[in-house]
Design a protein around this ligand. Structure first.
Ligand code: IVH
Length: 676
């Protein structure tokens, strides 16, 4: 390549990193993900290595971090705050240890002990103590010069202001990480993309009162300048830190040998998702201070320490399109179609955008370059977009206010329980009007927990719907198999098998049947409760005539939300037709056959108050399984009133008046020959 082109390419990258740095350190806004930033940094360093004529004072080779924000006074670190080299593999660790042994001219068999410290992904700070008092607190800045953020750091309760231990050095810079716990981050009113940004933002507030509002933590792990420190190794230093009143990482460990470092790395990586703080690797430090001193530093990193990074499950790709998917309940879910990319061995071409709010919050647009994360088995999602790579003519994504499938208005519901507007926008159409909703309802109808029809997968349902073979659930049982057989990919045998599995499923339990209808808020558990309540299909269907919806509130577990949804379902003419048609085709078994000669035969019970160890719903089913009757009011017909904790006074009083036997939980279990 021509020198001119190389220079041009280099200065473009320098300009970019300068912009990212300024935004991050001055405005506290992260324009790109860590991955994008690291790649850019690596590119610049590589160019400089290959072409000695390249240099810039804005290059990362000149600065450990970046110049601190102008808002705070700059103060030089007495001892620079270094960065760490990275290791990604066992080979990298072998090299790290080899270099140490070479440098110190140690024999191969000599054992080196390391202190392994999970690397918290936060903001580093240096706290100067003079005469056992917190004197000054600095941010890292460019490693040589930091910002005076003493007042902000002083608001952190993990940072001791006065130290009483007599063996605390006369003067010392205690260094560590300021961070925010994931649980606290989750409770913050949204403002930052991740806990790290939240910690950084909080520390940079002009007014310390604002810093105090965010629950920051501090974990100490090293020191800078010191006068009078009487410790010989890192693990003893960590012990001392904790005696002096600092928080230290509970997962720190002394380890010897690369194989054991790897073992610990794998164990910690497994725990990673369940920790309350983000870690991005493990820092290994030669434990012995005398050895550390001999090893010294290379450029801006020590020879005696390295960061063993966790492999990233993130990647950068382009958003080709944003599609709106319509779910069974009408929810509109935006999905980003991305340029296919390999993330941790899996080719990803779709990433969920969750909902409208998420798109607005992150200002995600078609054509954007985005960071996509794939964690475990969950659907990949967009972490952030790189606004600097955005084309000039890019437009804000307009979330449709009409359903993309049927054109109906879309609405955001108001939840009366939480008193909040739903984040999800929904198609407002009624059941089976919207094509996409219908297809999703049919998929649900044949799904595993519903009719569980073998050979009728999602793709087939979609195909049959498009060919107008099916529109409503009943159509599945009246398929024109001659037409199916003529379709490409179908033959006599596969059609025969399909017919067999569909016919076989005409027998179904009431609870599965209710579940298969896909009434919103009626999942498996609620379908079970409803089936026990109604016992038969005809009684269930009759609800549209009796309209006794409010009675359903007496069922333990069924609340206003469910009742509202059931009412809506029965209020729709098409649903009633579906029920009528299905009644003609199916054999719906009555709810669990109750024993007629059980222990509680001809006895009625009513529970009031909270029972110990079992729910009211469970007590009810216990009664019914043993041929008892569960009553909902105290009347002359009632045999027993079972009282738990805080019973309803009126029920107890009327039972007394009517001379009904009042028993407690133990007495009830005794009747059942069960002891608690
Ligand atoms: S030691 C010379 N110990 O990692 C040693 N750093 O890339 C440098 N970090 O700026 C620091 N946990 O923000 C050290 N236990 C730990 C650490 C740790 C997190 C961060 C720190 C530092 C960066 C180095």
């Amino acid at each position: 390549m021509e020198k001119k082109t190389i220079k041009k390419n280099y200065s473009f990258k320098i300009k970019l990193i300068k912009k990212y740095n300024e935004s991050y350190y001055d405005k506290n806004i992260s324009l790109v993900s860590d991955d994008v930033y690291d790649t850019l940094k690596k590119d610049i360093l590589k160019l400089e290595k290959n072409h000695s004529f390249l240099n810039s004072k804005f290059s990362p080779s000149e600065n450990v971090g970046f110049k601190p924000s102008k808002n705070f006074k700059k103060v030089a670190h007495k001892v620079p705050m270094l960065s760490l080299g990275n290791a990604f593999s066992e080979k990298d660790l072998d090299n790290f240890e080899k270099k140490i042994k070479n440098f110190l001219s140690l024999e191969e068999k000599i054992k080196i002990y390391y202190n392994a410290e999970p690397k918290i992904d936060g903001i580093s700070a240096s706290l100067t103590y003079k005469n056992r008092k917190f004197y000054k607190g600095l941010s890292r800045g460019d490693g040589k010069e930091g910002e005076d953020i003493t007042e902000n750091l002083a608001t952190i309760s993990d940072i001791p202001k006065v130290i009483s231990s007599k063996d605390f050095p006369e003067e010392i810079d205690i260094r560590g990480e300021v961070f925010i716990q994931n649980s606290d981050f989750a409770n913050l009113n949204y403002k930052f993309a991740n806990p790290r940004n939240a910690a950084s933002g909080s520390l940079r507030q002009k007014n310390p009162n604002d810093t105090q509002k965010i629950p920051l933590k501090f974990i100490a792990y090293t020191f800078g300048y010191e006068k009078g420190l009487l410790v010989e190794n890192q693990s003893d230093f960590i012990k001392k830190l904790s005696e002096w009143g600092f928080k230290t990482n509970p997962l720190n460990k002394i380890i010897c040998g690369v194989k054991n470092l790897i073992k610990n790395y794998n164990e910690i990586e497994k725990k990673r998702a369940n920790l309350n703080f983000d870690i991005d690797g493990i820092v290994y430090k030669v434990n012995d201070f005398a050895m550390q001193k001999r090893l010294g530093n290379v450029a801006s990193a020590p020879r005696w320490a390295i960061a063993h990074k966790f492999s990233s499950n993130k990647a950068v790709s382009k958003i080709l399109d944003i599609e709106i998917q319509v779910g069974r309940t009408g929810a509109l879910t935006p999905v980003a179609k991305i340029k296919p990319i390999n993330i941790g061995g899996v080719i990803v071409s779709n990433a969920t955008l969750h909902n409208e709010d998420e798109i607005n919050r992150k200002d995600i647009r078609i054509g954007d370059t985005a960071v996509i994360e794939r964690a475990g088995d969950v659907i990949p999602h967009i972490l952030s977009v790189d606004t600097t790579k955005r084309l000039k003519n890019s437009k804000k994504f307009e979330f449709p206010n009409k359903c993309p499938s049927c054109g109906s208005e879309t609405i955001k519901e108001f939840n009366t329980l939480t008193k909040k507007t739903d984040a999800v926008r929904r198609c407002s159409s009624e059941d089976y009007y919207c094509k996409k909703i219908s297809i999703e309802k049919l998929k649900h109808f044949v799904s595993k927990e519903a009719f569980n029809i073998d050979g009728l997968g999602k793709k087939i349902i979609e195909g049959f719907y498009k060919l107008k073979f099916i529109k409503f659930p009943q159509d599945i049982f009246q398929l024109d198999y001659d037409k199916v057989e003529k379709l490409e990919g179908w033959g006599a045998l596969s059609v025969k098998n399909l017919k067999y599995s569909i016919d076989q499923k005409k027998n179904i339990s009431l609870e599965r049947f209710i579940y298969s209808l896909g009434i919103r808020h009626i999942g498996l558990e609620n379908a079970k409760l409803l089936s026990k309540h109604f016992v038969s299909f005809s009684k269930f269907k009759n609800l549209s005539k009796t309209k006794k919806y409010e009675d359903l509130l007496n069922i333990d577990g069924i609340g206003e939300t469910q009742v509202k949804s059931i009412k809506r379902f029965f209020g729709n003419e098409i649903n009633l037709q579906v029920l009528n048609e299905l009644e003609k085709i199916l054999i719906v078994k009555n709810a669990s056959i109750i024993k007629n000669n059980g222990l509680l035969k001809n006895q009625s019970f009513l529970v009031t108050g909270k029972l110990n160890g079992i729910s009211r719903a469970e007590a009810k089913s216990l009664i019914e399984e043993n041929s008892g009757i569960t009553a909902s009011i105290v009347s002359k017909k009632l045999n027993y009133l079972i009282i738990g904790e805080k019973p309803t006074k009126r029920k107890v009083e009327s039972a007394k008046e009517l001379k009904i036997k009042i028993i407690n939980q133990d007495e009830f279990l005794k009747i059942l020959n069960k002891t608690s």
